[in-house]
Design a protein around this ligand. Sequence first.
Ligand code: XIL
Length: 447
Amino acid sequence: MTLTTKSVARVALVSTLVAAAAGAAVLVASPASGAASTLAAAAQQSGRYFGTAVAANKLSDSTYVGILNREFDMVTAENEMKMDATEPNQGQFSYGNADRIVNQARSQGKRVRGHALAWHSQQPGWMQRMEGSALRQAMLNHVTQVASYYRGKIYAWDVVNEAFADGSSGGRRDSNLQRTGNDWIEAAFRAARAADPGAKLCYNDYNTDNWSHAKTQGVYRMVQDFKSRGVPIDCVGFQAHFNSGNPVPSNYHTTLQNFANLGVDVQITELDIEGSGSSQAEQFKGVTQACLAVARCTGITVWGIRDSDSWRASGTPLLFDRNGNKKAAYNAVLDALNAGGTTTVPTTPTDPTTDPQNPESCTATYSEGEKWSDRFNGQVTVSGTDNWVVTVTVGSPQRIIATWNTSPTWETANVMTARPNGNGNTFGFTIQHGGNWNWPSISCRVA
Ligand code: XIL
């Protein structure tokens, strides 16, 4: 009666299969029990979010806010958290419009993606005129100040936006920030982690959707390098601004999966697709399905609500028309979300010795706990049985340095076996991460 499980989402349900022998992990559709009627509710069925960009000056538009509150559970400020908005004069920070968006979102129980801490574009004038070490210092101060101000309120920060060049080079884009030294990106990530250890830290870019493009490969190599050297990066954002000249690539799923395989979450962060009718709807469906097919694709954000709200309004690239009516593209996305996502669970043949009327099962759910610069807490909740054995495996150079509500035994330095010790079916631990912020793998079986 063994089964192997693996956590796949922020709070990941890892297995509900019963009375079985361990088998190979496969991707299966998560249950879509009854169709949800909003984008957020439909995405939540597979543990994902569905978000939108929000503009502060539209929060007085009741049609806009009505759709926002009904359909979305993640919010990105369209412009209000950018460097020119938050530090208009050097050392003088301004959060009024950003706060209006953050407070509106949080009051409605929505989460917030922070966008963006460091970018060559939309810099305040004083920063545009800076170069060299003074600019490096000013950039790091900006990252520290803004991420600290919003500490605890941001699900994920786009720490660095659009740092790679278009075209065939696969290298960095020239900018005043790039000219401060190639390590400016990792310096920004380290500053962001120190300022808000609880936020996921993303690199965000466009034209990184097609796996065979040089820019995609360049970003991939950077993320691979960051992971290998312990630079704190948790996620990669794919802006996903599509049109007829830059259509959704047929290998999109491959791109998302390959990045996820580096040990980062992937997110679609600014989705819009110019067009109309069924052809637009088909493309939105394809992007949604690509995310759903990748266990670590944690959510999708569209870059505005109605076509008329879009930065590319003439291309009618969004899910609602200018009157706030749902378009064919909306229905395509909703249906795709309702069809369910994939998550990693084991295949397990049935054990004939188990009573089929009363089978015991082992379901282990990992959830993140508090984070500090050098360590983080995790918690596992087991259901389906009181007689569980859970194996927790941490990656190198992580070490489990404390546990509670279980009396562990150790298979090796990085593999811990936990059993109930009279404190119920939830136990926890502290991992000293040594720069590796990945979650442990969790497997669970009935004893
Ligand atoms: C756009 C906004 O939508 C516009 O209102 C603004 O004038 C320019 O920026 N990539 C990004 C976003 O990361 O911040 C951009 O947003 C769109 C492209």
